[in-house]
Design a protein around this ligand. Structure first.
Ligand SMILES: Nc1nc2c(ncn2[C@@H]2O[C@H](COP(=O)(O)OP(=O)(O)OP(=O)(O)O)[C@@H](O)[C@H]2O)c(=O)[nH]1
Ligand SMILES: [Mg+2]
Length: 310
């Protein structure tokens, strides 16, 4: 994969790929203790607009992510810096190769800045990688305009991804039973945009109609965002453009409603909760029989005492 290091013309420092790569690797390997004890970083000067793509394994998220990143880079009137972070449960060591292979770097204009990285989900139970919030923040510090986050939907992942991004796209497959599953899990309500991908396969149009029908039955306030349903296919460039437009529309709506503060709040809460949860799991796993045989209030006291000792 060719790399480009530039950013000229955008009035910002060139992207330091080496430093960013090193930072992301360190964060991926950092323990709860490392995270708690690391010095508090100054808030980044700029924050990237974050787009999340989530959905079942094999739904075509990586392909879509790559095409979307390319589309947004090439169609932008001003030079953009776009980062793609893919949480890949199957290949923690792929280092971006899998996703990178899908993007033809030669299609990029000279002014484009694209950074792609895959990370493993390791022990994280929510389908995201441990320390993902901090990794995304680290990318903010490198001056990205947009970040695309790919996560495999495993139930919890959608909830976790929701907190990390501004616009969440749920990628569904035609005729897969995904709609029913997603509705059962309450995931449909979490997404800002529904995508029925692989539009070239049979059943796609019917699925779009089904989702639209269900969505139309949902009572919504006039002020609320009504998630659109977009039909996409890697073989139809126009469909990628249509998705990109809906993403822009949602972004504009968020700004108009002044929701950014709320989003940042949610992110801060999620980050804290994840750290405490991880520490809690470690603490409870480390308790011995002498504590576990005590009355419950004493067991809880023991855990809280341990938690307070970072
Ligand atoms: N027919 C068709 N196949 C597609 C389309 N997009 C992707 N695929 C194929 O679907 C398969 C899975 O694509 P990926 O992009 O890896 O899907 P994914 O959701 O990222 O997969 P995981 O990350 O493993 O969950 C690949 O063989 C792609 O070539 C499409 O629009 N139409
Ligand atoms: Mg993928």
């Amino acid at each position: 994969m060719k790399t480009r290091t530039n950013g000229e013309g955008s009035g910002r420092a060139p992207l330091d790929r080496f430093l960013l790569g090193k930072t992301l690797t360190a964060l991926a390997n950092a323990s709860v203790k490392d995270m708690v004890q690391r010095p508090c970083a100054a808030p980044p000067k700029t924050r990237a607009f974050r787009i999340g793509l989530t959905g079942a394994p094999g739904a075509g998220k990586s392909t879509l992510c790559g095409q979307l990143a390319l589309h947004r880079l090439t169609q932008s009137k001003t030079p953009l810096r776009v980062g793609v972070l893919a949480v890949d449960p199957s290949s923690p060591k792929s280092g971006g190769a899998i996703l990178g292979d899908r993007i033809r770097m030669d299609d990029l204009p000279g002014s484009a800045d694209l950074y792609i990285r895959s990370i493993g989900s390791r022990a994280a139970t929510d389908g995201l990688s441990d320390n993902l919030p901090e990794m995304l923040d680290a990318m903010d510090a490198h001056g990205f305009d947009e970040l695309l986050l790919e996560t495999v939907g495993v139930g919890q992942a959608e909830y976790a991804a929701r907190a990390q991004v501004d616009t969440l796209v749920l990628v569904l497959l035609p005729d897969s039973g995904d709609t029913v599953q997603a509705m059962k899990a309450g995931i449909m309500e979490l997404a800002d945009i529904y995508v029925v991908n692989k539009a070239d396969l049979p059943g796609a149009q019917r699925m779009v109609a089904d989702i639209r029908r269900i969505a139309a039955m949902t009572r919504m306030d006039e002020n609320e965002w009504r998630p659109p349903v977009v039909l996409t296919s890697s073989q139809q460039p126009g469909s990628i453009a249509a998705l990109s437009q809906e993403i822009d529309r949602h972004h504009a709506w968020m700004i108009q409603k002044g929701l950014q503060e709320q989003v940042l709040d949610g992110r801060a809460r999620y980050r804290l909760r994840r750290l405490v949860e991880r520490r809690l799991v470690q603490t409870v796993s480390g308790l011995d029989q002498s504590t576990l045989s005590k009355p419950m209030p004493q067991q809880i006291d023991a855990v809280l005492g341990e938690l307070a000792r970072w």
